[in-house]
Design a protein around this ligand. Structure first.
Ligand SMILES: NC(=O)c1ccc[n+]([C@@H]2O[C@H](COP(=O)([O-])OP(=O)(O)OC[C@H]3O[C@@H](n4cnc5c(N)ncnc54)[C@H](OP(=O)(O)O)[C@@H]3O)[C@@H](O)[C@H]2O)c1
Length: 297
């Protein structure tokens, strides 16, 4: 039995699909059991636990062969990262009490970077707390998700996407969530000792210009990409309701300046198989399906 947090989201769902396909049993750890009924129908056991609830997480992580830990994204953390620090303490206590046989923690490319505080420092903080727990833990550090292009589908259909990744011809390591889920399921079923880091990227790094060209090919129309000027990011993010845009700005600087990168230790960076084109095609189809549903209801 494997306990999976974030099963209703992108990566957790892929991890669960891979385990079920391999005839493993799965416990979905969810904050709202009613939202996860589809997973019960697929044969999963469901247990309720919020990521901030150490007692509920301990119960959900007990008696399993492995736990997949996914911390929900927080694009607007407090300046002192108190939310990540609280989750780090909670996970530390829950894993130390439940003592599962193995843990795969979904971290990120660049989690080793300690000299620049940025949005990804949330994972640096949590990795550091989990390193104090004496159960086998794999820190799975994937590249930028190809699915982040979901934000661009509507504008691509109008012929222009905007990019915070720049310059526009700079390749950035990216990976499909299907590849992350597949590897996480494999890692959960391995036996290892202590703590290890596994880094993952797609077949080749991707430029913003390639994203626009791929959208153009799939949509059968020209799609341009333009860089969002750096000096407009902070006021833009504030106008969108963010209280503390600095960590997000710093993260984007890190990708653009190249200091958010893979560590490259322990046998190098693993490669996924899924192409950007496959991911963008699926995002376009999902967007089309959602629009069709909203016009018929
Ligand atoms: N985007 C990237 O490029 C990138 C790159 C590297 C790493 N990452 C990391 O990947 C993770 C995000 O993965 P994802 O895209 O699969 O996430 P996602 O699709 O946004 O799903 C988030 C999941 O977290 C659950 N959740 C939200 N709040 C919760 C709470 N308080 N307690 C328990 N569960 C809660 C959600 O459940 P509900 O259904 O209840 O909402 C959902 O299942 C983040 O940690 C992010 O930093 C992202």
């Amino acid at each position: 039995m494997f306990a999976i947090t974030g099963i209703t989201g992108q990566v957790g769902g892929e991890v669960a699909r891979n385990l079920l396909a391999g005839r493993q049993t799965v416990r979905g750890v969810v904050r709202d059991v009613n939202k996860a009924k589809v997973w019960a129908e697929r044969g999963c056991e469901l247990m309720a636990a919020d990521i901030n609830d150490a007692a509920a997480l301990t119960a959900a992580f007990e008696g399993v062969d492995g736990v997949f830990v996914l911390v929900p994204p927080n694009f607007d953390p407090s300046p002192d990262f108190q939310e990540a620090r609280a989750i780090a303490g909670t996970l530390n206590r829950a894993l130390d009490s439940a003592r599962p046989r193995g843990v795969v923690y979904l971290s990120t490319i660049g989690a080793q970077t300690t000299h620049h505080l940025n949005l990804l420092s949330q994972h640096t903080i949590i990795e550091q707390a989990l390193r104090k727990v004496s159960v086998p833990i794999t820190f799975l550090r994937p590249a930028w998700f190809m699915e982040n292009s979901n934000w661009d589908v509507a504008s691509a259909k109008n012929g222009l996407i905007q990019s915070f990744l720049q310059p526009l011809d700079k390749p950035v390591p990216m990976v499909a969530t299907a590849d992350i889920g597949c590897l996480a399921a494999e890692l959960l079923q391995e036996k290892w000792k202590g703590h290890r880091v596994v880094e993952l990227e797609g077949l080749s790094p991707v430029t913003p210009k390639e994203i626009a060209a791929t959208f153009a090919r799939l949509l059968g129309r020209p799609v341009r990409v333009e860089a969002v000027p750096r000096e407009t990011w902070e006021p833009l993010f504030k106008s969108q309701g963010m209280k503390n845009p600095e960590p997000r700005v710093q993260m984007l600087d890190g990708f653009n300046e190249g200091w958010i990168k893979f560590e490259g230790k322990d046998g190098g960076v693993r490669k996924g198989k899924v192409e950007l084109e496959t991911v963008l095609r699926s995002l376009i189809e999902i967007d089309g399906g959602a629009k069709a549903r909203s016009t018929t209801t």
